[in-house]
Design a protein around this ligand. Structure first.
Ligand SMILES: [Zn+2]
Ligand SMILES: [Zn+2]
Length: 356
């Protein structure tokens, strides 16, 4: 027995030494395998028919190692859409294994910089990396044309470089940039923005005063309904839109935690930052208010996104939620980048998965 154990030990040591010396080759073998999978896998076709929501950015402008700027993926059937494209969002779409070249359209809730600052990379990757042959439709309330025009202009030189380097047969000149699709909001009822392949998208006004216009969106597909609040204080239009929804994705800001940032800034003599932190809560919704909206609207699942402030350790999630779980008895998820929630067609099932 002792001899056998000694032999086993020698073999294990030999294997460990071998693995150490060949670690580069071993890593390359895994690398090739991962590349093959990335090149051949059709994630959208593998999903069950239905509606899904993913978080390519669960955060806000405040730096959070767990959360990029606000960015939401909606998949209806095999078609993929994006809502808002905050900093780091386009990278996360790639990291989540989603085909960025297949983005059908982008919807913007409003034009605060944290919701648009990854628009350039998104349009570039969809075109140059993803092979798009027509500009990306960008839906939004009035003002969207100005935003899209500005990004298109900023990337005009880069457009020339890409085509000159790879040739127009590879980099189709017609796929560059975005095409604004502004809509005018009906003040009384949600406005139909898109009706395509069984998916309907309605926009509704929210209260992010003094930022106007600002909207939320309703996505409906084969008996499933997802509502996004956009940036807003607690407002009746979100409640009305969310009635009977399967999932409400609501922005959430914990005022008492932001107050602590303000206090710390003031104590450090940073009065400007203290003032900004004082102002922020008045045009956002607290987690408890989001829970009230979910409860009153009778939604099945509450996904909190646009998380403010950063929650670098999970022990902060309790203080962030406050009494939310007493208010809304259904599942509450504090969103993380990579969350991907699947709602199969014509059912009540809601499944949380992770793509990061
Ligand atoms: Zn905003
Ligand atoms: Zn925001």
């Amino acid at each position: 027995m002792r001899k056998f154990l000694a032999a086993l030990f020698v073999v294990a040591v030999a294997l460990a030494i071998g693995a150490f010396f060949f670690r580069g080759q071993i890593a390359l073998a895994f690398y090739d395998r991962a590349l093959k999978k990335a090149m051949t896998q059709d994630v959208l076709a593998e999903l069950p028919d239905g509606l899904s929501i993913g978080l390519c950015g669960a955060g806000s402008p405040l730096p959070d190692p767990e959360r990029a700027g606000p960015c939401v993926v909606i998949v209806a059937g095999t078609k993929m859409y994006i809502v808002d494209i905050g900093e780091g969002g386009s990278r996360n779409i790639g990291r989540m294994g989603l085909p960025i070249g297949k983005v059908e359209a982008l919807f913007l809730t409003h034009f605060h910089s944290d919701h648009i600052d990854s628009l350039g990379p998104l349009m570039l990757q969809r075109w140059a990396g993803g092979g798009a042959t027509s500009p990306m439709p960008v839906y939004g309330p009035p003002g969207v044309d100005e935003v899209v025009k500005g990004f298109n202009q900023a990337y005009t030189l880069d457009r020339g470089y890409r085509i000159a380097h790879h040739g127009p047969d590879i980099i189709h000149p017609g796929g560059f940039g975005g095409e604004a699709r502004p809509f005018t909001l009906d003040p009384d009822v949600p406005t139909l923005v898109l009706d395509q392949d069984g998916l309907t998208v309605h926009a509704f006004g929210v209260d992010h005063h003094p930022i106007e216009p600002a909207v939320g969106y309703i996505f409906e597909y084969k008996g499933r309904k997802i509502v996004l609040s956009g940036d807003t204080r607690k407002t009746p239009s979100v409640f009305a839109a969310a009635k009977g929804a399967d999932l409400l994705a609501h922005e959430a800001l914990a005022p008492d935690m932001v107050q602590r940032i303000s206090n710390a800034a003031k104590a450090a003599g940073r009065d400007g930052l203290a003032h900004i932190m004082n102002d922020i809560p008045n045009y956002h919704t607290s987690p408890e208010e989001a829970a009230e909206q979910a409860r009153d609207a009778g939604v099945a699942y509450l996904l909190m996104y646009h998380i403010v402030p950063a929650l670098p350790i999970s022990a902060l999630e309790g203080p962030f939620l406050g009494k939310s779980q007493d208010i809304f008895k259904g599942p509450i998820r504090i969103g993380h980048d990579g969350d991907f929630i699947i709602l199969p067609a014509n059912s009540k099932t809601i499944t949380l998965t992770h793509r990061l």
